[in-house]
Design a protein. Structure first.
Length: 95
């Protein structure tokens, strides 16, 4: 039989650190853009660029995670098929 791999889960501390780090980065960037010595349209453009970068990053992370999970599922299905074939195979069967 096959061993199912243990699914790694993040600890609450790691999750909290990631959320806090993201919040600090967004707030620091917003303050930096707000205090920027430039016209309002330049600050607006920078704000929109940051929002676009954040949404693109989330989308990229989701796509990579989905592709990895799909690969794991296909691998497990192939492994199950191979195990079934090996279990049903009788090497002493006459042809």
């Amino acid at each position: 039989m096959s061993e199912t791999p243990v699914k790694q889960q993040s600890t609450a501390a790691f999750y909290g650190q990631a959320v806090i780090s993201f919040a600090v980065a967004i707030v620091a960037t917003a303050i930096g853009i707000f205090k920027l010595d430039a016209d309002a349209w330049v600050r607006s453009f920078m704000g929109i660029a940051v929002l676009y970068l954040v949404t693109s990053s989330f989308t990229l992370a989701k796509v990579i995670r989905d592709r990895q999970e799909a690969g794991q599922i296909v691998s497990r299905v192939d492994q199950a098929r191979l195990e079934k074939l090996l279990a049903e195979h009788d090497p002493f069967e006459k042809l």
